[in-house]
Design a protein. Structure first.
Length: 479
């Protein structure tokens, strides 16, 4: 594949295709790589330990043979029943007769500077090497050595035999470790084959086990691919309590939130479209029928202006609800409840000719955004005015509860039907209140609920049809 030249004159190398491996194979590859490294390291370490043990055992065996030979020097001749004395040849004959050489072991005895006798059928005849014979027969103290032979490397221990204060000869113990090292190598090879078999079994079992463990991930992927805006009802079956199960539960919760959000969005768009379509239809109809009469034109302009104002209020309320979803919608601070209620009361009395009262206001401090809470209380006051008549009582209050502050509006109006209490805080919902139907777009109490939830609080309603209603903001006390 050739390089390409850009319009700026620079040469760029073509992107090379790189094969990608799935998570299953990558995890299995890493696991097998770690297992292979651990197995190889174990085999190498075990082989080295066995070789070190072999070398130590060879050295111990040679020292033991020399010790047994020296012990025999001071003993008695079994044939005569008398001490050996200076008869080194008799000592050598007795020792070699009794001695059963181990695999790869050879014992050589030198008397008066010449080779006398050794073990039968040694791996290699070291007595036939003149340089070694000369070295050994000249020794006056113990010596270790190692020489390479056709039978492999030979370690030897040569010790002079001293009888009555004079060196009568030398005894040499030689160990050919090639065969025993070969046994270790065979054992190591078997161990390596066993490790290889374990790796193959682990690879097969791990591939199946990882496939089973990662099956929920594939299910998540397949479910995510099939989910569409029109159908968010699919869920992933969850079993167990591991990380994959947590992922599945988190995914299901996310899809559930999306489903609720899309349902709310569809309902909101449907309701908003319906609510906005009505004033538009009214405005268009009156404009189309408007004549040239000045009085009629003035009446039409006033009606159109009123409808446009209602649309403007509806748009403002919708923008308010949209802002309520943002994290900076409220900026809470410590507020004195009495000062807050005094300000709200002074504004609320201008909403209508009612019997206004500032009820029990306990000396409490609430953690809230002054502007937003004032807006919510004014909306509740406006709602109370709408469903009460002249002379009806409306009271504002603030009380302390266990770990919370209760601020609300109580009225003696028409009350709320039981079937309406659970839905009056929804958007574009207007309840039937006895003698009259609520005016507006049905967004006021939805805004109150949004403000309460933005403060991590709630809004509650307690009402008796025909006797009045009490709306309460449940907020947090100041820390």
């Amino acid at each position: 594949m050739s390089a390409t030249t850009t319009s700026a004159g620079t040469t760029t190398e073509p992107r090379r295709w790189r094969p990608t491996l799935g998570l299953r194979l990558r995890l299995l590859g890493w696991a097998l790589a770690l297992l292979a490294v651990a197995s190889l390291s174990s085999v190498v370490v075990i082989r080295q330990v066995l070789l070190n043990q072999l070398e130590n055992r060879i050295a111990a065996d040679m020292r033991q043979e020399v010790t047994e030979f020296r012990r025999l020097v001071g003993g008695q001749n079994p044939e005569t029943g008398r001490p050996f004395g200076t008869d080194l040849r008799a000592i050598a004959d007795t020792y070699l007769l009794r001695n059963e050489p181990q695999t790869g072991e050879a014992v050589l005895v030198f008397v008066d500077g010449a080779f006398y006798r050794g073990t039968d059928r040694p791996p290699y005849d070291l007595a036939a090497v003149p340089t070694l014979v000369a070295e050994w027969t000249a020794l006056t103290e113990s010596a270790y050595g190692q020489n390479d032979t056709p039978a492999g490397s030979a370690r030897w221990l040569a010790v002079p035999v001293v009888i009555d204060g004079a060196a009568r000869g030398q005894v040499v113990v030689a160990e050919f470790g090639a065969e025993r090292r070969a046994e270790i190598d065979r054992a190591v090879r078997l161990m390596a084959l066993a490790c290889l078999l374990v790796i193959v079994v682990v690879a097969a079992g791990g591939y199946l086990a990882m496939g089973r463990a990662l099956r929920p991930l594939r299910t998540v992927t397949e479910t995510a691919r099939t989910i569409e805006e029109a159908d968010l009802s699919r869920r992933i079956p969850v079993t167990g309590s591991d990380e994959v199960a947590d992922l599945s539960r988190t995914f299901n919760a996310m899809v559930g939130r999306l489903q609720r959000a899309f349902a709310t969005q569809r309902a909101f768009l449907s309701d908003a479209g319906h609510e906005l379509r009505t004033p538009i239809t009214i405005v268009r109809g009156h404009l189309e029928l408007m004549g040239d009469d000045p009085a009629e034109r003035a009446e039409t302009v006033a009606l159109v202006t009123d409808e446009l104002d209602r649309m403007n209020r509806m748009v403002d309320d919708l923008l308010m609800l949209a802002k309520a979803e943002q994290p900076d919608f409220v900026q809470p601070a410590a507020l004195d409840a009495r000062a807050l209620l005094n300000d709200v009361f002074a504004k609320a009395v201008a909403l209508g000719d009612r019997d206004w009262h500032l009820g029990v206001v306990e000396p409490v401090t609430v953690w809230a955004d002054r502007q937003r809470v004032t807006q919510a209380l004014m909306q509740l006051a406006q709602n109370a005015v709408q469903f009460t008549g002249p002379g009806d009582r409306i009271e504002l209050f603030a009380r302390a509860g266990p770990g919370r502050i209760l601020i609300g509006v109580e009225d003696t109006g028409v009350g709320i039907a039981a079937e309406d209490r659970d839905r009056i805080f929804a958007r574009f919902t207007r309840g039937e209140h006895g003698r009259q139907r609520a005016e507006g777009a049905g967004l006021g109490l939805a805004i109150v609920s949004a403000i309460a939830h933005a403060h991590r609080g709630t809004v509650a309603v307690d009402s008796i049809p025909g006797a009045g209603s009490t709306f309460t903001l449940v907020l947090r006390p100041a820390p």
